[in-house]
Design a protein around this ligand. Sequence first.
Ligand code: HEC
Length: 337
Amino acid sequence: MKAPLLALPLILAIGCHNPATTCPEAATSLRPAAPLEASVDPVARAQTHPMPTAQPTELPGIHNILHLGSHIVSGGEPMGRESLATLAELGIKTILSVDGKVPDAASASEQGMRYVHIPIQYSGIDEVSLAQIAKTFRELEGPFFVHCFHGKHRGPAAAAVGRLVLDGISRDQAMAEMHQWCGTSLKYVGLFQTIGLQEMPSLESTAALDFDFPAAHTFAGFRGTMIPMARSWDEIKFARKRDWALNPAKPDIVPAQEALQLSQIFASCLEQSDLPADTEEVRGWLQDGQQGTSDLARILSGQNELGAKGEDWRAQAESAYRVVSKSCKDCHTQYRN
Ligand code: HEC
């Protein structure tokens, strides 16, 4: 039911490969809207700019899909080959990932799509990445699928850059699409500042930029550990929603084992030499995460003195879960967002 509705705007968009010259909608792409005055609160505008409502849709292996105009689709990370095949069927030509994880460019290429990997941060898009993203939209073939991990914060911000440089929409609309359509949280003020207040790179500057659209940007060190951490934590969040029961669709994921694995990721994180800050507080959060996940593993597998789960194992699992969740949030509030 959802797929045909979704396919329509994309099919219409095919043949519009060089929007700067062939798409009427993109005629304004030469001059993206000027930034709003510095006194404007971009977060307030993102909430109040009047917009028609739009609901995210789902495809097999892809969450939170939003069509932003006819050249750009925003969504979560495509999970598995089937999801890439779906994107190819929809006519997508270029996939832009702004998440930290190295994408599966080879599989995308088998489907005739090009992957570009430009990881950005939650605190806002830095100038170099902004120019690279603008260049990608201006010079590679669309339609574009733009994603981060969940398709809610960084991905929609990168898609908004495309909306500004390719489709010529207003700053207010670009920010409102992020928040009101894609669900970008208002706590990521830096992302709204980029889209609302930052000068977009000129056509001349992106034409002159030396950037060859790499398909893989690899992170070592601390940030490198955050990528498997996020994916493992997602499995645990889903397991909690299912009351810790196995998911028949993913029988290889056993919540207790996943928790143990995450505890090992926290341990390896503690060994990195590039922690966000070398303080007791930072180490404390990582230790809490490690302890909370190893407690969770023990509780879920019923490894206690009785050799079985105690009566109150659910409450125990919940409190271990909260310890971990708090450690992620506290550290991100201070050092990431
Ligand atoms: C000790 C602090 C700390 C803890 C604890 C922590 N993080 Fe992070 N996380 C960071 C910082 C700092 C960054 C940004 C790194 C950068 O951009 O260089 C980050 C980045 C991330 C990213 C973005 C990675 C990317 O794609 O670029 C995700 C997702 C993430 N963390 C998830 C988690 C989850 C889930 C947890 C808990 C299970 C967690 N983090 C625990 C500090 C922390």
